[in-house]
Design a protein around this ligand. Structure first.
Ligand SMILES: NC(=O)c1ccc[n+]([C@@H]2O[C@H](COP(=O)([O-])OP(=O)(O)OC[C@H]3O[C@@H](n4cnc5c(N)ncnc54)[C@H](OP(=O)(O)O)[C@@H]3O)[C@@H](O)[C@H]2O)c1
Length: 303
């Protein structure tokens, strides 16, 4: 068997829910795994499964050419690796801690200043998905280091390398999560409306489960189909709608606000979208433009 076929040693720094799942996936794939966590006891189950517990962050970094870190946030990362700085030279640091693009850039500069190759990553998965085809992981940073370690990184889930800028993976991660929270915010408001039904006369309110399974889920699933067309409008700058102009949408949206208020449902989640539509129209968006026009309004703050 060629030497390159043997799974390479990997160090995992940070053994919270996610770091533990990462280390376990490397172990399952046959990699020699060294682990370090601030609270040492969290390593016990992994040690029982074959991992080596490092006595210090420096010993952990020294153990492998590939160091995967996943702690709470970037300040925690710097705290965890602070005493290991002198050992990072010549290693590849893959940082899967959630953070901002700016933090990724700063951390990349810090790691390279110490002689390490740096790859930043965003995990689009929960711990139970790690090691399955559903666990997408986004990477950016040092392309040649990614190429060297790609086989190991693919153990965690499908890996996408998005480019050489350290902040690209974090920006995509955040954009995906803000998209998700838009969806979750919509669910929360819709559920509050359904629960408000009949509440004035003391009755229980509508069933959110029945509403979600029978109507909300099919509706939202169908509506995701319009996103590629909206995206093309954003990219081209031609926002003309394929059927739902902003002027019509604004008028209907007023009904969302008044029906919510009439039922004592706060409009905190949905009112900003209404204000943004008004701002876009007063700043020059056409009545026959679609909501794609709001992207520019949001970006440049005009009006
Ligand atoms: N869990 C998820 O569903 C998920 C999904 C995608 C991305 N992520 C990201 O993955 C990262 C880790 O998440 P998690 O779920 O593993 O969180 P977690 O279970 O709360 O674990 C946090 C980890 O950070 C360590 N830590 C915190 N402060 C530290 C410090 N000052 N110095 C050294 N270590 C420190 C903790 O060490 P101790 O054990 O000693 O406290 C622990 O290992 C986060 O950035 C999170 O946003 C998580």
């Amino acid at each position: 068997m060629p030497a390159s076929a043997s799974p390479a040693p990997v160090t995992v720094v940070g053994l919270g829910d996610m770091g533990t799942a990462l280390a376990r996936a490397f172990l399952t794939a046959g990699h020699p795994v060294t682990v370090w966590n601030r609270s040492a006891a969290k390593a016990d189950p992994l040690v029982a499964e074959g991992a080596v517990r490092a006595a210090s962050p420096a010993a952990a970094v020294e153990a492998s050419p590939l160091v995967v870190a996943c702690v709470l946030d970037y300040p925690a990362l710097r705290e965890a690796l602070g005493s290991a700085e002198s050992r990072l030279d010549g290693r590849t640091l893959v940082n899967l801690t959630n953070g901002t693009p700016e933090e990724a850039q700063e951390t990349g500069a810090w790691a390279r200043g110490l002689g390490a190759a740096y790859i930043d990553g965003g995990i689009m998965a929960v711990p139970a998905m790690i090691g399955t085809p559903d666990a997408a992981v986004l990477y950016s940073g040092d392309a040649s280091a990614f190429g060297r370690h790609e086989a190991a990184l693919r153990v965690l889930g499908p890996a996408s390398f998005l480019g050489p800028a350290d902040g690209t993976a974090a920006l995509n991660d955040i954009a995906l999560l803000t998209g998700m929270y838009g969806l979750l915010g919509g669910f929360v408001h819709a559920a509050a409306l359904i629960r408000s039904e009949g509440a004035a006369d003391g009755s229980e309110g509508g069933s959110v489960t029945e509403f979600t399974e029978n109507r909300l889920l099919p509706w939202l699933t169908a509506m995701t189909g319009i996103l590629p067309a909206l995206a093309r409008q954003v990219d081209s700058g031609d926002f003309r709608t394929e059927g739902s102009g902003l002027a019509m949408q604004l008028r209907a949206y007023e009904n969302f606000l008044s029906a919510s208020r009439a039922r004592g449902v706060r409009t905190d989640l949905i009112a900003p979208f209404h204000a943004l539509m008004e701002r876009a129209l007063s700043a020059g968006a056409g009545p026959s433009d679609d909501v794609s026009a709001l992207v520019d309004t949001l970006r440049d703050g005009r009006g």
